[in-house]
Each structure stands twice: as C-alpha cells, then as structure tokens.
Design a protein. Structure first.
Length: 148
C-alpha cells in the first residue's frame, strides 16, 4: 500500500542514488533532537533558506514521534534514517517496525484534543509525504523543496 500526498505533478525525489546519510538509530525518544539536528544540518548544507530546513526538521520530528508512538518497535530496535539530496530538494525517509494503518488526508483535530496533530503538521511542512507498508515495516518519506 502506498499513499502519496500534497503536490500533484511534482516529480518524485531521486532515491535511486545512494543517500548522503544512512544510519540506524535507536528507537527511543532521547534520539529525537539528534535526528532533527541531522536533518536540519543536511538541508542547510544544501542551501535551504527561508526556514525550509527548520520546517523539514519539524516534519521529521513529528514522523519520528509517530514511529515511536504508533509503530511496533521493541527495546533494542532501531529506526533507519536516510537522507537524499538533489539540486532542488531534500528527501528524508524513516523505516521502522510498524503495521499498516489507514492513510487519508489528515485534518486538524479540535483545540480540546491534546494529540493528533503530527500527520497534519507533516503534510503542511513537507512538500510531499509518502507512506509504504511492507513486511511488518512502515516507510515514511518526506520531501522538501529547497527555497534558495
């Protein structure tokens, strides 16, 4: 099952080339700031401006949090963080133990709800969000066009 959202007509990011960053990170909340830092740093190195790097960092933080809260990782498991860059975009993919879930365009929950904003934020901060479910794993791919 694959779900793609947001920009129609935007060619997919090139993930046929080796990623510039490929690492298995412990599936723990304490790793969240480091994951965000790596994504933001990579996007900034590639020339992202006007808040694009920070927007992608926040979107990936939400994806990481969702992987920890809704995935099926156990103590000792790891989440794969991959980052690809091209001239015009940064693509980040998280691969983690997780079962398929219904994917539909997220809506903002009522203000009284304390949770449920992660996918909504991801959709609004990234230019494309894609989910793939295979063999007990979930892949979430976020793409951000580089504002130069």
């Amino acid at each position: 099952m694959v779900y793609v959202s947001v920009i129609d007509g935007l060619p997919a990011g090139d993930t046929d080339t080796p990623p510039v960053h490929d690492e298995w990170i412990p599936a723990v909340a304490a790793a969240t700031p480091e994951v965000r830092r790596r994504v933001v740093h990579t996007a900034q190195r590639m020339g992202a401006m006007n808040g694009s790097a920070e927007e992608l960092g926040l979107a990936v933080t939400e994806a990481w949090s969702n992987a920890l809260q809704h995935g099926t990782a156990h103590p000792g498991d790891r989440i794969r963080l991959q980052i690809w860059v091209s001239r015009h975009r940064v693509t980040v993919q998280l691969t983690y133990p997780g079962e398929p879930f219904p994917v539909f365009p997220p809506t903002l929950p009522p203000p009284s709800c304390l949770r449920g904003r992660g996918r909504y934020l991801m959709e609004h901060l990234a230019d494309r969000v894609r989910y793939t479910f295979e063999h007990g794993h979930t892949e979430v791919r976020l793409e951000k066009l580089l504002a130069r």
